[in-house]
Design a protein. Structure first.
Length: 702
C-alpha cells in the first residue's frame, strides 16, 4: 500500500515537472514570436547569429535587403557559408578578384566586439552594417539601406565641385573651412588645398567677423545684405551670401554660397534683357511687343496713330524639315537683319513666334506702313545663302490701324492676325489690311465651332447612307456612310463646311470614331453581301490611332472586316514618311477594303495604284457630270476603267444622275455606280426593307 502511494507521488512529481517544462517551452515560443513580430516592425534589417556564426533569427527587412541571397537564409546555416555562396554568384562586387581575402576581412569584422562598415550589393544598393557581439558570443547585426543617402551625397558632391558659384563647407563648431570648390578657390585667390582647413574669419573683413560668425550658424539668404569679403591679395570685394545648415559626415556644417555683386548685377541685366528679347534674333519678344503696344495705345499724351503689322514667313517649315533647325535659325537671324534695315524711326520689330514677327509703327502714316510692309515682302523673297545652300522663303503681312480699327491692344493684335490669315488664304506673299468683314467671318466661325462641339457632345450628328449599285444588275452592293449636321437655326450644314472645321479644331478623330462605330452597328442590320463604306480623313492617318479605332468598331459591332471599305483621298498618300503606307497595308491584312476616292482631281500619280493595295477606285463626279459635254472626260473615264480592269480592282463612278450616263458607263465596263439616279443618302431607318434573304429585294432599277 505504501509502495503504491509512493509510486503515485513520484508520478505526480514527474507529471508536474513535464507540465512546467511544456509551459516554459510555450512561453519561450510566445516570447520568440513576440520578438519576431517586434523586429519585423523595424525599418532596419535585423539578424541574430549564435556563437558559431549560425543564423538564429532575422526580420523581413533583412530578407528584403538580401533578396538575391534569400534562398540561402535558413536557421542553423552558417553565415560564412552564405557569404561564400554569394561570392561565387557575384552578389558582392567588392569581392571580385580578391574573394578569399574579402571573406576573411568580413569574418574578422564580425568577430570584433563591435564593427561598422558599408557594403555594396550586386543590385547597386549600398548597405550600412553595424554589428555587436553579445555576452554569450553571438552576434546582433543591423542593416540600413543608405543607397539614397549616398546618391544624395554624390549628387551634392558633383553639384558642389562643378558649380560655377563659389561654395564652401564651414564647420560650425571649429570655425574652419572643411571643403571648397574650384570656383571658391578662384574667387578668393587661393588653391583648394589652402582654403580647406583655413579659418572662416580669414575670408571676411575683420570688422565684420563677429556679425558674420552669427550669420554662418543660421539658414539665411538675404539678397539685400552685402558682405565685405577678403581675397588672398588683401582686396576687399562685396558679395551676397547664402547659407544652409546641414549635417555632413557627423558634424554640423553650413553650406556657404558666395555671389559676387558685380556678377549678379551682370546676370540681372542679362535676365532683364532676356525677359523682353528673343535670344536668337535679339529682337523684342512677344511679351515686350504686347507691353510696348499697350503703352503706346494707352499714352493719352501722344495721340499719334499706331499701326501693327504681323509678318509670317512663308515656306519656312520646309527649310526646317529639309535642312534642320540649325539652318532655320540662321535663316531667321538673317531675315531679322534684313527687316531691321527697313525700319523707320519710332518703330519696333518683334519676334513673337517661331516664324512670325510683329512690327509696331509709331508716328508713321498708313501709307508709310504699307510701303515698309511691301518692302519687307520684297527683301524676304530674295534668296538666302546659308552655309553654301541657297534657300527661298517669302512673307505675308497683315495690317491693323489704331486710327481706323481699334485702340485696344488685344483687339488690334487680333485684327492684324485676321488680316494676315485672310492674306495667306487669298495669296501668300501679299499685304492686306484689316476689314470689318473679316471680324464678322471670324465671329461666325467661332459660333459655328461652338455649335459643332455641342452637336458632337449631344449626339446631334446623323449618319445617312447612299447606295452603291451594280450597274449591270442594279443590285445594291454597298452603302457609303455620310455624316450630316442639321443645325436647329441654320438648317442643314454642308460637310464641306463642318468637316474642315472638325479637322482644324482637332475633333476629326472623335468625329471619325463616332461615324465608324455607329455605321458598323447599322451595317449589322443589312444582308451579309452588302458592304459598308466609310470616309477617312488624312488627319486620322497622321494621329496614328486609326487601326485601333477601326478594329475596335468592327469588334464591338461583330461586323466582319471583309464587309468594311475605307475611302481615302490622295492627300493621305502625299503625307511624308512610311506611316500611311504601313497603315493601309495593315488594314488590308485584316481584310478591310481600301478605296481611292475622288480619283483624277488631284495629282493622281499612277504609282499610287502600284504601291498601295487598293480594292476600289472611285472616279470623281466632276468627270461624270461633264461626260456629255467634254470629250476629254470620256477619254479619262475609259482609261481609268481599263486601268481598273487590268489591276483587278473595282471601278466606281460617282455622280450618276441619268440613265444615259449609267448606260454609257456600263457599256464601257464600269462595274459600280453611285449618284442621285440610284438614291440620295438617307438615314438607316429609311433604307430598303432588309427582311428576308433574297438579293432581288435589294435591287434598284432606273
Amino acid at each position: 500500500m505504501e509502495l503504491e502511494l509512493d509510486g503515485a507521488g513520484l508520478y505526480g512529481e514527474h507529471y508536474g515537472a513535464m507540465q512546467s517544462l511544456e509551459d516554459a517551452m510555450q512561453a519561450a515560443t510566445r516570447a520568440e514570436q513576440r520578438l519576431r513580430e517586434a523586429i519585423d516592425l523595424l525599418p532596419q534589417g535585423i539578424v541574430f547569429l549564435d556563437a558559431d556564426g549560425r543564423y538564429i533569427l532575422w526580420n523581413q527587412q533583412y530578407a528584403e535587403i538580401y533578396a538575391v541571397s534569400a534562398d540561402l537564409l535558413a536557421p542553423g546555416v552558417r553565415f560564412a557559408d552564405t557569404l561564400r555562396v554569394g561570392i561565387e554568384r557575384g552578389d558582392y562586387p567588392e569581392a571580385i578578384g580578391r574573394e578569399e581575402e574579402w571573406l576573411q576581412e568580413r569574418l574578422a569584422r564580425m568577430a570584433a566586439p563591435a564593427s561598422r562598415h558599408e557594403q555594396r550589393l550586386a543590385n547597386g544598393r549600398r548597405i550600412l552594417i553595424d554589428e555587436r557581439r553579445t555576452s554569450d558570443g553571438g552576434t546582433i547585426g543591423v542593416r540600413v539601406d543608405i543607397t539614397e543617402l549616398r546618391e544624395s551625397e554624390e549628387a551634392f558632391r558633383l553639384l558642389f565641385e562643378r558649380n560655377p558659384v563659389p561654395m564652401l563647407v564651414h564647420d560650425i563648431e571649429n570655425g574652419f573651412i572643411r571643403a571648397a570648390n574650384p570656383a571658391a578657390a578662384d574667387y578668393f585667390g587661393y588653391t583648394v588645398e589652402e582654403l580647406e582647413g583655413c579659418a572662416a574669419r580669414k575670408l571676411f573683413a575683420e570688422s565684420e567677423w563677429q556679425r558674420a560668425e552669427r550669420m554662418l550658424a543660421l539658414d539665411v539668404t538675404d539678397p539685400h545684405q552685402v558682405w565685405p569679403m577678403r581675397r588672398a591679395d588683401g582686396q576687399i570685394v562685396e558679395a551676397v551670401i547664402s547659407t544652409r545648415l546641414s549635417q555632413l559626415e557627423g558634424y554640423a556644417a553650413t553650406i556657404i554660397s558666395v555671389f559676387d555683386i558685380t556678377a549678379r548685377r551682370r546676370i540681372e541685366q542679362r535676365m532683364a534683357h532676356m525677359a523682353k528679347h528673343d535670344e536668337l534674333t535679339g529682337l523684342a519678344n512677344r511679351a515686350h511687343c504686347r507691353e510696348h503696344l499697350r503703352h503706346l495705345l494707352e499714352d493719352a499724351n501722344t495721340g499719334e496713330a499706331v499701326t501693327l503689322a504681323l509678318i509670317d514667313l512663308d515656306h519656312f517649315k520646309a527649310v526646317n524639315d529639309t535642312y534642320g533647325h540649325h539652318y532655320g535659325d540662321a535663316l531667321l537671324t538673317d531675315a531679322a537683319r534684313r527687316m531691321q534695315e527697313l525700319l523707320p524711326a519710332n518703330s519696333l520689330l518683334c519676334r513673337i513666334g517661331g516664324d512670325e514677327f510683329a512690327l509696331i509703327f509709331h508716328k508713321s502714316s498708313r501709307t508709310q506702313a504699307e510701303i515698309v510692309s511691301r518692302s519687307i515682302i520684297s527683301v524676304l523673297s530674295q534668296p538666302f545663302l546659308v552655309q553654301g545652300n541657297v534657300l527661298h522663303i517669302g512673307a505675308t503681312v497683315g495690317l491693323a490701324f489704331s486710327s481706323h480699327d481699334s485702340k485696344d491692344p488685344e483687339t488690334l493684335l487680333r485684327y492684324a492676325d485676321l488680316a494676315l490669315y485672310a492674306a495667306k488664304a487669298e495669296k501668300r506673299g501679299t499685304c492686306r489690311s484689316f476689314e470689318r468683314e473679316m471680324d464678322a467671318a471670324a465671329q461666325e466661325k467661332t459660333r459655328l465651332e461652338i455649335d459643332f462641339r455641342q452637336a458632337l457632345q449631344r449626339g446631334e450628328l446623323q449618319i445617312h447612307y447612299q447606295p452603291l449599285v451594280n450597274l449591270e444588275s442594279g443590285a445594291v452592293e454597298c452603302y457609303e456612310a455620310l455624316l450630316r449636321w442639321y443645325h436647329p437655326l441654320r438648317g442643314a450644314i454642308s460637310p464641306d463646311v463642318f468637316i474642315p472645321l472638325a479637322e482644324e479644331i482637332g475633333l476629326i478623330e472623335a468625329v471619325g470614331r463616332f461615324v465608324i462605330q455607329a455605321a458598323c452597328r447599322e451595317a449589322m442590320n443589312w444582308p451579309e453581301h452588302i458592304k459598308l463604306s466609310v470616309n477617312v480623313s488624312p488627319l486620322q492617318f497622321r494621329n496614328g490611332n486609326l487601326i485601333s479605332t477601326v478594329i475596335g468598331a468592327l469588334s464591338a459591332a461583330n461586323l466582319p472586316a471583309e464587309r468594311l471599305e475605307l475611302e481615302i483621298t490622295e492627300a493621305v498618300l502625299m503625307e511624308k514618311g512610311p506611316r500611311p503606307g504601313a497603315i493601309i497595308r495593315n488594314l488590308r491584312a485584316f481584310g478591310i477594303g481600301i478605296s481611292l476616292d475622288d480619283f483624277g482631281t488631284g495629282y493622281s500619280s499612277l504609282s499610287y495604284l502600284l504601291n498601295y493595295p487598293f480594292t476600289k477606285i472611285k472616279i470623281d463626279k466632276s468627270f461624270i457630270l461633264n461626260l456629255t459635254r467634254e470629250n476629254n472626260s470620256c477619254a479619262v473615264i475609259r482609261a481609268v476603267i481599263g486601268l481598273g480592269r487590268s489591276l483587278g480592282v473595282t471601278i466606281t463612278a460617282e455622280g450618276i444622275e441619268d440613265e444615259t450616263v449609267r448606260n454609257y458607263l456600263r457599256d464601257e465596263g464600269c462595274t459600280q455606280g453611285q449618284g442621285f439616279l440610284f438614291g440620295r443618302a438617307a438615314p438607316g431607318s429609311e433604307l430598303v426593307d432588309f427582311s428576308g434573304d433574297s438579293r432581288e429585294k435589294h435591287r434598284i432599277s432606273a
